[in-house]
Ligand binder design. Sequence first.
Ligand SMILES: [Zn+2]
Length: 91
Amino acid sequence: MPLRGGPSGPVECQDVVELATDLLEGDLDGATVVRVDDHLLSCAGCAEYVDQMRRTADALHALGRPEHAEPLGTDLRHRLMDAYRRYGPRG
Ligand SMILES: [Zn+2]
């Protein structure tokens, strides 16, 4: 998708919104990624927007491909072990 400002124009917030999906899916060329990243560094609103998009995409991927889901976190594992000790066969 060509940027509104042309190949060397500034990346605007609207461009980031339009490019966010391609960015997260790795569909952008390196030069465009760099320019979008530059914008994110100077624009908290877009950085937060892309961050939320990334979290949503990660959650969807985890749901759709459970074999790639994160392993149990240490905290959760400890709580499970604690529950097992408390309620397990050894009383
Ligand atoms: Zn912005």
